[in-house]
Design a binder for this molecule. Structure first.
Ligand SMILES: Nc1ncnc2c1ncn2[C@@H]1O[C@H](COP(=O)(O)OP(=O)(O)OP(=O)(O)O)[C@@H](O)[C@H]1O
Ligand SMILES: Nc1ncnc2c1ncn2[C@@H]1O[C@H](COP(=O)(O)OP(=O)(O)OP(=O)(O)O)[C@@H](O)[C@H]1O
Lengths: 214, 214
């Protein structure tokens, strides 16, 4: 089970924590405002009131044991930066931080956040896409069966062309794209050779994808 | 071409407008702050400085001709509500409004917004999903190009097998699934015949999908 910490219970932090709980993760929430922590006391989360810029408060809340910590503080840029630096020092494996703007995001990345979220900008981009093309999630939700996954290349198809790999005929999955050296080849040609370090982005029924991953 | 209006050039509004321009829409941006409008004067957008709570300003900006208007004002809740009401009166076919919180969202929906966006909450939910599962959207975001769409069957391929339709070779799109009589056939066989009333769920680059839809 994933052990997650969420620091800051604004709209973003609250949504992260609530969704993580719904998805079965173990969650610690930490906020300096007592009422915000109190809102989580009826949930399975461990809810602590405390100032996360204080290393002792982080330790007492159990944050050092987390696999992932989300720093969900936007307005107090200084606090978000200090907290991120403390988490980096603690060796948290995955630090996700919400940024107020591009500059804030660059600073957070420099001092150790592994992943930066820009909620307003990213939802703006997605909103525009959904107005122009129908949103993938809507379409995929029509078919609860359908799943997309990124997998390492199975040993038995390394070096084969896509055609010869028989991903479609034998494994019943559709190869959407190949990720190679950080670039994505969308709808690759049947003659394309699958290389050892490629990762494959495939679509199919949940069961078929899981079978390949074994 | 889609005619869009974006009112309010905060982080969300700016991202919506910029992305819509990149996707080929005609965009009008309206903001009461001159510098914000000025930022868009080097783009193909029509950029107007003006107060959107003033119906005359909306008309002079060309807003009544828009298919879709996005109200991207968060902090000034009263302004966002008044503007939404004006747009409703103008008969704008699709009004998308950003809400500051659930109550604000309910009011916007009541007075005429067709779609409400909660950027912080929605990105919080998505962030949580991406931490737990290899989320489709992460995968798709790796390829900003990649888009999925549900389209009516183009006339020239009705009655053909998928193989003969050449969707992949000629149109560069990948047929993920066929929707027929409300059921979804995932990864259909190459010999499957495409029927007149089928809708096709296709994946490809945004530009290739748009070309097919013409
Ligand atoms: N040093 C701190 N330690 C712990 N919690 C803090 C600290 N500083 C701020 N917070 C908490 O973080 C939460 C979110 O902060 P803030 O409102 O600044 O972020 P926001 O980015 O506006 O939130 P939203 O996600 O709603 O956009 C608040 O509940 C606040 O109490
Ligand atoms: N009545 C109005 N008419 C036109 N523009 C307006 C009006 N009121 C506010 N704006 C503009 O809307 C923009 C965004 O407003 P605001 O900062 O309140 O939203 P926000 O929700 O904080 O933005 P973000 O998308 O960054 O979260 C500002 O640039 C502001 O000038």
């Amino acid at each position: 089970r994933l052990q997650c910490g969420v620091i800051g219970l604004g709209r973003f932090g609250t949504a992260v924590a609530t969704t993580l709980l719904n998805l079965g993760a173990d969650v610690i929430v930490l906020d300096k405002t007592e009422e915000k922590a109190e809102n989580f006391r009826t949930t399975p989360a461990i809810a602590i009131a405390g100032d996360a810029t204080n290393e002792l408060a982080l330790r007492e809340a159990g944050i050092p044991n987390c696999d992932t910590v989300i720093v969900a503080i936007g307005k107090d840029i200084e606090a978000s930066i200090l907290i991120t630096a403390l988490l980096k020092e603690m060796g948290i494996p995955l630090i996700v931080a919400k940024a107020n703007d591009e500059l804030h995001g660059r600073v957070l990345a420099k001092i150790g956040a592994h992943k930066i979220i820009f909620p307003e900008r990213d939802m703006g981009i997605r909103t525009a896409y959904s107005l122009i093309t129908s949103n993938i999630l809507d379409v995929l939700e029509l078919s609860k069966d359908l799943s997309i996954s990124e997998i390492k290349t199975p040993i038995n198809i390394k070096g084969k062309t896509i055609k010869d790999s028989k991903l479609r005929e034998r494994d019943k999955v559709n190869l959407l794209a190949i990720k190679r050296n950080g670039k994505i080849i969308v709808n690759p040609e049947p003659e394309e050779t699958i290389q050892t370090d490629d990762t494959l982005i495939i679509v199919g029924k949940v069961g078929d994808i899981q079978r390949i991953q074994k």
